[in-house]
Design a protein around this ligand. Sequence first.
Ligand code: SAH
Ligand code: MG
Length: 200
Amino acid sequence: MVDHIYNDEIKKIKEYAEINNVPIMQDEGILFLTSIIKNNNIKNILEVGTAIGYSSIMMALVAPDIKITSIEKDESRYLKAINNIKKFNLEDRITLIFKDALDVKLDDKFDLIFLDASKSQNINFFTNFSKNLNSKGLIITDNMSFHGYVEKTEDEIKSRNLRGLVRKIKQYKEFLENNENYDTKFYDYGDGIAVSKSKI
Ligand code: SAH
Ligand code: MG
């Protein structure tokens, strides 16, 4: 659990996200994610989509020996994340990369890869980073339901862009279901979360 002295700072980050429309994880989703980290004794995490550092901070606070690398392509959010991480004295444990994740090549290995960036690029993120996953590691993907739009019919979705995005999320879902190297379970928590466990 989050130490009580940090509660105020967490609240401030959440308020900032709300006011500035930064799509940080919902409470239910973050609770699910952090409990997985705890229960599976996860220590090394790669996050794609830092935003302002909220989920990175929450994951790092699960245990003092957790290390996180997180990638963000938006400069103002990246800078905000640096500031937020400093407030929690987590700069030694959270490494930020300011870059488009599709241009990032890493050699490190992680117990968990958390995909929470552009929802239309998830197949590419998965493919780019799955080689960085430790044996029996987890790839967790947020926003599989995308505010409930993924469960709607095409007629019900007015915006063409949104229909395209929903199609991409459905393709990604199929990609996960058909991926024989991973065992994937889908959960309704928060905005819909997929947990894919490497079989090898
Ligand atoms: N994980 C955060 C929320 C991330 S919101 C939290 O819960 O606190 C998604 C973020 O992904 C946005 O800030 C967006 O700028 C970033 N993003 C989208 N596509 C990206 C890409 N290709 N590479 C890096 N970051 C990306
Ligand atoms: Mg998300």
